[in-house]
Every structure is written in structure tokens, then in C-alpha cells.
Design a protein around this ligand. Structure first.
Ligand SMILES: [Zn+2]
Ligand SMILES: [Zn+2]
Length: 821
């Protein structure tokens, strides 16, 4: 008999199990193939890992069916899954599960038909009731897929009954993967349904409260001004309204809501003029490219880290590398944080490699994702662009992996199975013998440290490209980044300016509007609402027991809490540093910023870009396109603004409060703030119009703020490395995080305490492992989905070596976590 190891990944179960092959499958099985197997009382999908000589269990069950002759995973992927699992302390089957396209389990099915349609029974064979029904159903309609039979004879275990009919050749079965359907996409639009005078006259009757009146009034005025059907996302962005507002206006027959089919899928039907002409490289680009080209020619698989300021032309280098790899008959994977936010980069790839690029993004339906996946597997696509999951595309021979904005947090999967696409890409490239290029204006300190201490190659692009010289066609670049004016908000308070905008920001915003240019106002969302500081002196409250951690504000009980040691205190009435009574928590959203802009500049057309206005599919692209088309003057937004936008009319970037996020109780807080401030600042002055950044802060002397204001990565890196060395955090030590969640608050605390004391015992007994235990303490986000979260962190040279043998079944184990919040 032939035995195989199969990875099964279904809810609650993830592991590899042994099966044997039925005679008809012997000799037909290869690693990576998708099969169905019996599991408990169900039939589930699995992936063949390898053939084995002898099973680990005395009795094996047979593989039921081969779903697809062509393996779903390449051999390299199977190996990659096992390595990744080992490094992340997770199940290989869970990693294999990540590599299957999302729609696959819905796509794969088995088709059944009666071998002889006139089947009347066999001598000596008595059919069971269910078998009788199966035969009857197939006599009426044949062939049928498993899912159709589920509906025809519901709530029966017909799959078990059909087996003996298949074995006796009464019913024939074959696996089917139906062709995916591509459905048209619709977008909901709103349009004024009456004459503007009539809408104006109705203004007072469109709501009960002042707030609804105002919101709906804004909607009507906006639609009057636009005059054409407008996507509802854009209406929300402008008015702060919601669907229910629109529905009420529609009921009053003032507006008309419609579903309009969009042929202009922002991503799929991008107008891409094939641009075969390669732009000339700047001297910086040429230097970097020559080194990478030599690496490709030499077959190197050591990573290249391109540290290039915003607008320095990293994308063109990626494109050259892709060209080179494609010419050698291999394929390329290009990872970007999120396609909707990096549409401009994506367009450039599409225009340079027309017809060869496959996109993977969240707006695709499972069927479309599956289709892209299948085209990639067949070798019909040479370049795959997408978020972290695109790394798992089954291209036949990957020769290049690019990670753009390689510092971005979205490369980390913070749900089980945990993995970091950056680490994984480096590992995978080595396994494939492929080139790996990481690009960023602000590489993570860990990447930069690796580039200095290992075989990684660091390449720098310090100058940004401002445009093309019309006379010579050569790119014009400049080492000058937009000037950052730091405004000390403590001085504003002293001058009795209580607005959230400093005088400098107000004046500059006014000038920008007058010159018919655009402004971006940025507010860091991470950390608002919990950050406590003194408006007079900038002092932020720290834990008296663990100095490295700031206290965070919790609404319940008006308390300040340390998330490292559990220390708790009341909100102070006066600042312990300067005795001012101006100490409080900072809670402000983008709505508040927008209101303030409207109050100061009633004529300005504002748009909000945050979680609320972009919940709807396609909203990102719409808001961006409208803003890029100068249909708004001021764009107010959060982190999303930081991504690779190129908006030439933007000459002012205002950072409403740079300090927010600095004091989150996480050792990467400073790094994240530096990265986001640098990226946001890079949005100003992307053209020859020039530009300016105004950075408002209560802590002008903080090293993060100073470095961001000076566009000085090197200063930040040096200071951050000193800090990390002092406190023993990565890259100067490794971390493991153990998180426990429970609906019961006390049990969560008790279980965390029990594991911690067990661990402390181990640490004391083992002289080999130098590890330090941090916690147990409630997580910063102390409740998720009603569950209380507690955590324990282990820090040291190799804290993961403590894990084997621990009772961790109910725990989430994270090696090298990206956040301790
Ligand atoms: Zn103070
Ligand atoms: Zn503490």
C-alpha cells in the first residue's frame, strides 16, 4: 500500500495526518496536490505533503479523491510552509492553508453521475434509503455536484452512503474545479432628484435634530454643486453623513440612489498606456541598479535594502529588476502594503509589463482571486503584485521578490498563524535562489541593523526626483526635502491660542487656499484618546516602577494604567513636572479637525479619509482620485495618508499633533511615529511647486520629533539603537509574546499568573537560557470581542527555547511580535 502525509487545515484542527491511497490513486499522487480525505465524520480538503514509507498510526483511512491533477502548491511552497512554521512556532498545515487561494474551498467539489442512466438495481444488492434517494435524484438530474446533492437531500450523511455505490461502479465520481465567474461590480451613487431651488427650500424639513439637519443639508448642497451622480463614498467623505441619511433624503424624493455598474474598476481597468520607454536613471539610481544587476547576474540571493527618500525613484529600480528576471524566463512577486493605497506604483508596473501583471487585492471576489491564482500557476502571468499574501502565489519559478515600503506594519500578520512577510520573503528568496529587494524611506531599525551586520547590501537614494527636464529629457533631482517648521504648541497656549491649529498653520493654510493649491492635514489615530500629557510643559506621565513605559488613560474609572507591570493611579489634577492644571488626555478625531477647518475657512472644500469614510469597497481610490482631480482643497486623514501618494498640487502638509502615538506602551512606538511622520512629510512638495510641512508638537525636544523634522533617518536610527540596547529589545534580544484570552476576566488573570509562575520556575532552574519574564499584565487593548486579554513577554537571546513542553494549547504564541499592545 502507498501512504501519504496530508496537511489538514479546518477550523479547530490544523495538523498533518497519515492516510493510504486507494488503488485508483496509486502512482498518481504528487506533493502539493489538493485532495479530499475523511476526517472524523466529515470530508475535508487536504494537501499532500509527501509520500511516506510507513504510517505512524496502525490503521489509516483512504484518501477520498484527488481534486486537481495540477498541484495547488509548488514543491518550494511545501518546503517553505514547513520552514515558516518552524520559525513562527506554528503548524505547517496552518501555513499551507495560507497558501491556498481564499475561494478554493468553495470552488472545489465532486461531480456524480449514474454510470447507466437506466439503472434498475443489481441482483443481490439492497439499497439503503439514502442510497435509493441518491439514485433517484441522479436519475432525474445528472450529473450533480456534491453541493447540489446537499440541497437535494439535505441533512443526511449521503457522502458515506455513496461510497459503496461508487465502488460498485454504479455511480461515477470525479473532482471538479468549475471555472470562476467574474461578476460585474456595482457602485452606489447619489444624485439630486429635484431642481436646486426645491432642494434649498426643503432644507428645514430634512431632519429632527440640529445635527441631522446639518449633515443632510451638507449632502444636498454637495449634490447641488456636483450636479451628476456621485459615488456615495465621496458623499460621505464630504458630508460626514451615512447611508441612512441618504435613504431618508431619497424617501423624501430629494435625491435618487442608484446602483451603477462600474466598468472602470479602479484596478482592473486602469487606463494603462503601454509605456515601453524606460525613463533615464539619475546617477543615484544608476549606482544602485548596477549593484543589483550584478547581483542578479551572479545568482545572488542575499537581500538588497534600498533606503531611498520619498520620491527618489525606487519603483524604477524594481521595474528594471523585474525586466531582468523576466528576460531570464523567471517570474517576480512585488509586495505592496495595500494596492488601493499604492495605485500609482501599481499603474507603473502595469504600463511597463502590459498583460503580464496579476493583481491580488481585497476588492477581488473569491472567484477572481482564484482565477488570478490559477493563471499564475499556469505561468500565464509573470508579475504578481499584492499585499503580504501575494508572497504565496504559486508561480512556477520565482526569480525576484520585492517588498516596497518594507517597514510597513501590514506585512505582519497579527492573527494566527503569525508571520512577518519581510522575514518570510528573505527566507523564501534564499530557498528559491531568487533576488530579494526591500525598499523604504524609513527601514525598520531591525532591517537596517541586519544590513549593517550581515551580508545584506544597503543602497541609498538620498535625492528625490522632481520632474523631467523638458530640454534634455533627463530627470531633475534634488537633495532638498520639504522644509519642516516645528511649532511648539506650549507657546501657542501661552499666547492664548486655544485652537488646535497654531497661528503658523492657520496662516499657511490660508495662503495655500488662496494660491489654489492643496493641503493635507494629518492626525495620528494610533494613541489618540489614551495619551496623557501636560499642555504647559509637554510632560507625559510615566510608570514610576518601569521608567520605559508611559501610562495610558482608561475611561473606566478615570485611571492611568501601566501595561507592563499593572501599576494604576488616578488621573492627576496637576502636572508633576510644572504643577500646571493643563494635564489631561488627548482625544480628538478627524471629524473635529474637519469642523475646525470649516469654522476657519468656510469656503474650503474638505474631504475626510479615515476608517469611517473608507469602509466601503473602492472608497480609497475614489477619495484619492477626487482629491487628485482637485475636487477638494483640504484632505484630512489618518495613517493611510502616509502611503505612496503622489499629489503634485499638495504644497502644505500639516501635522496636527506629532506627539500622538509616541507614548504607547510598546517599544516600537517611537519608530512607528518616526516612520509615519517622515512618510506624511514626504507628501508635500512632490513637484516643482515646492511645499512645506508644519509639525505641531508639545515635545519639540523629543528625539523622534527632532529627527522627523530634520528628515534625519540616521539621527533617529542612532538614538533608537541606543535606546533599544539599553532596554534589551530587538535587535538586541529576541522576544516571545504569550497571550491568553478569556470571556471571564478573573480566569484570564489567573491563567496568566499560573503560566508566569511556571515560567519563572523554569527560568530559575535553567542556567542555560537567559530570559527575562515581563508581566503578566493586561494587554493595552485589554478586551477584544468581549474577551479579556493578558500577556506575558519573554525577552533574551533565545527565549523561544523555553517553549517546548509548555502547556500552551489555549495560548497565542508569537515569536518576534511586532507590537506588545
Ligand atoms: Zn507640566
Ligand atoms: Zn509599570
Amino acid at each position: 500500500m502507498q501512504f501519504v502525509e496530508i496537511a489538514v487545515n479546518v477550523p479547530q484542527v490544523s495538523g498533518v495526518f497519515h492516510y493510504h491511497l486507494p488503488p485508483e490513486l496509486e502512482g498518481r499522487i504528487r506533493p502539493g496536490q489538493l485532495v479530499t480525505v475523511p476526517f472524523g465524520t466529515q470530508t475535508v480538503q487536504g494537501v499532500i505533503v509527501r509520500e511516506i514509507d510507513a504510517p505512524a498510526v496502525p490503521e489509516t483511512r483512504p484518501v477520498e479523491a484527488l481534486l486537481d491533477e495540477t498541484p495547488a502548491l509548488t514543491l518550494s511552497q511545501v518546503e517553505f510552509a514547513f520552514r515558516l512554521a518552524e520559525e513562527t512556532y506554528s503548524q505547517p498545515a496552518a501555513m499551507i492553508g495560507l497558501m491556498l487561494p481564499p475561494g478554493l474551498s468553495q470552488q472545489a467539489d465532486t461531480e456524480f453521475r449514474l454510470v447507466s442512466p437506466e439503472f434498475k438495481g443489481l441482483p443481490g444488492l439492497k439499497l439503503t434509503t439514502i442510497q435509493g434517494r441518491l439514485v433517484a435524484v441522479l436519475q432525474r438530474r445528472s450529473p450533480l455536484r456534491g453541493r447540489q446533492i446537499d440541497r437535494a437531500i439535505p441533512r443526511t450523511n449521503w457522502r458515506a452512503s455513496i461510497r459503496s455505490l461508487v465502488e460498485r461502479d454504479i455511480i461515477a465520481s470525479k473532482p471538479v474545479l468549475p471555472p470562476p465567474q467574474v461578476r460585474p461590480k456595482f457602485v452606489r451613487t447619489a444624485q439630486l432628484a429635484v431642481r436646486p431651488e426645491k432642494a434649498e427650500a426643503a432644507m428645514t424639513e430634512i431632519g429632527q435634530t440640529e445635527a441631522t439637519l446639518e449633515r443632510r443639508g451638507k449632502i444636498l448642497r454637495f449634490l447641488m454643486q456636483e450636479g451628476i451622480p456621485v459615488s456615495v463614498s465621496w458623499v460621505y467623505a464630504h458630508s460626514g453623513g451615512s447611508l441612512s441619511d441618504l435613504q431618508i433624503l431619497a424617501e423624501k424624493e430629494l435625491i435618487e440612489l442608484r446602483e451603477t455598474e462600474i466598468f472602470r474598476d479602479p484596478l482592473e481597468n486602469i487606463e494603462v498606456a503601454a509605456a515601453r520607454i524606460r525613463p533615464e536613471l539619475t546617477p543615484d539610481q544608476r549606482g544602485a541598479w548596477e549593484i543589483i544587476r550584478a547581483g542578479i547576474e551572479a545568482g545572488s540571493s542575499e537581500p538588497f535594502l534600498i533606503q531611498g527618500v520619498t520620491g527618489s525613484g525606487k519603483t524604477e529600480i524594481y521595474i528594471r529588476a523585474v525586466e531582468k528576471v523576466l528576460a531570464a524566463g523567471r517570474q517576480a512577486v512585488v509586495l505592496v502594503p495595500e494596492i488601493a493605497l499604492t495605485a500609482q506604483t501599481v499603474r507603473r508596473f502595469m504600463s511597463r509589463f502590459p498583460g503580464e501583471v496579476g493583481l491580488i487585492h481585497s476588492q477581488l471576489s473569491p472567484g477572481e482571486q482564484y482565477d488570478t491564482w490559477r493563471r499564475a500557476r499556469r505561468g500565464d502571468l509573470s508579475v504578481i503584485i499584492g499585499p503580504r499574501s501575494a508572497l504565496f502565489t504559486p508561480l512556477p519559478d520565482i526569480g525576484l521578490i520585492v517588498l516596497d515600503e518594507s517597514h510597513d506594519g501590514s506585512y505582519y500578520q497579527s492573527e494566527m498563524p503569525f508571520y512577518h512577510a519581510r522575514e518570510a520573503a528573505v527566507r523564501y528568496a534564499a530557498l528559491l535562489g531568487a533576488i530579494c529587494i526591500l525598499g523604504s524611506a524609513t527601514p525598520s531599525v531591525e532591517s537596517r541593523d541586519r544590513a549593517e551586520r550581515s551580508h545584506w547590501t544597503l543602497l541609498r537614494l538620498p535625492r528625490r526626483i522632481l520632474g523631467i527636464d523638458a530640454a534634455t529629457g533627463a530627470p531633475v533631482s534634488s537633495a532638498t526635502l520639504p522644509p519642516v517648521r516645528v511649532v511648539d504648541m506650549r507657546q501657542e497656549l501661552k499666547a492664548d491660542n486655544r485652537s488646535i491649529f497654531s497661528r503658523a498653520l492657520q496662516e499657511t493654510l490660508q495662503a495655500t487656499l488662496m494660491q489654489k493649491q492643496q493641503a493635507i492635514l494629518f492626525l495620528n489615530r494610533r494613541g489618540t484618546g489614551t495619551y496623557v500629557f501636560c499642555r504647559s510643559c509637554g510632560h507625559a506621565m510615566r510608570c514610576p516602577r518601569c521608567d520605559e513605559v508611559s501610562l495610558t488613560y482608561h475611561r473606566e474609572g478615570e485611571a492611568l494604567l501601566c501595561h507592563r507591570c499593572g501599576y494604576r493611579r488616578n488621573m492627576p489634577e496637576r502636572c508633576p513636572n510644572c504643577s500646571s492644571d493643563q494635564i489631561r488626555h488627548y482625544g480628538m478625531g478627524t471629524e473635529r479637525v474637519e469642523d475646525e477647518v470649516r469654522a476657519l475657512f468656510p469656503e474650503a472644500r474638505t474631504a475626510r479619509w479615515d476608517r469611517d469614510t473608507t469602509r466601503k469597497k473602492g472608497a480609497h481610490d475614489l477619495i484619492l482620485t477626487h482629491f487628485a482631480n482637485y475636487q477638494a482643497d483640504v484632505l484630512i486623514g489618518t495613517q493611510m495618508l502616509a502611503k505612496g501618494l503622489d499629489l503634485p498640487l499638495v504644497t502644505l502638509v500639516g501635522i496636527v499633533l506629532a506627539d500622538v502615538g509616541l507614548h504607547l506602551p510598546d517599544f516600537r512606538a517611537g519608530e512607528r511615529v518616526f516612520q509615519v511622520l517622515t512618510q506624511v512629510s514626504g507628501r508635500a512638495g512632490r513637484s516643482l511647486l515646492g511645499g512645506e510641512v508644519i509639525l505641531q508638537t508639545f515635545e519639540p525636544d523629543n528625539y523622534v520629533i527632532r529627527a522627523a523634522a530634520g528628515h534625519d533617518y540616521e539621527a533617529f536610527y542612532a538614538a533608537e539603537m541606543t535606546y533599544r540596547r539599553e532596554i534589551g529589545y530587538p535587535p538586541f534580544g529576541r522576544l516571545v509574546r504569550l497571550e491568553y484570552r478569556d470571556l471571564d476576566a478573573e480566569r484570564a488573570e489567573r491563567r496568566a499568573g499560573a503560566l508566569a509562575s511556571h515560567l519563572n520556575g523554569l527560568i530559575a532552574a535553567q542556567t542555560r537560557v537567559q530570559a527575562e519574564l515581563i508581566g503578566p499584565a493586561p494587554c493595552f487593548y485589554s478586551r477584544l470581542d468581549g474577551r479579556y486579554r493578558w500577556q506575558i513577554a519573554l525577552r533574551g537571546p533565545d527565549p523561544a527555547s523555553l517553549l517546548p513542553g509548555l502547556p500552551l494549547d489555549d495560548w497565542r504564541v508569537e515569536i518576534n511580535p511586532q507590537s506588545l499592545l
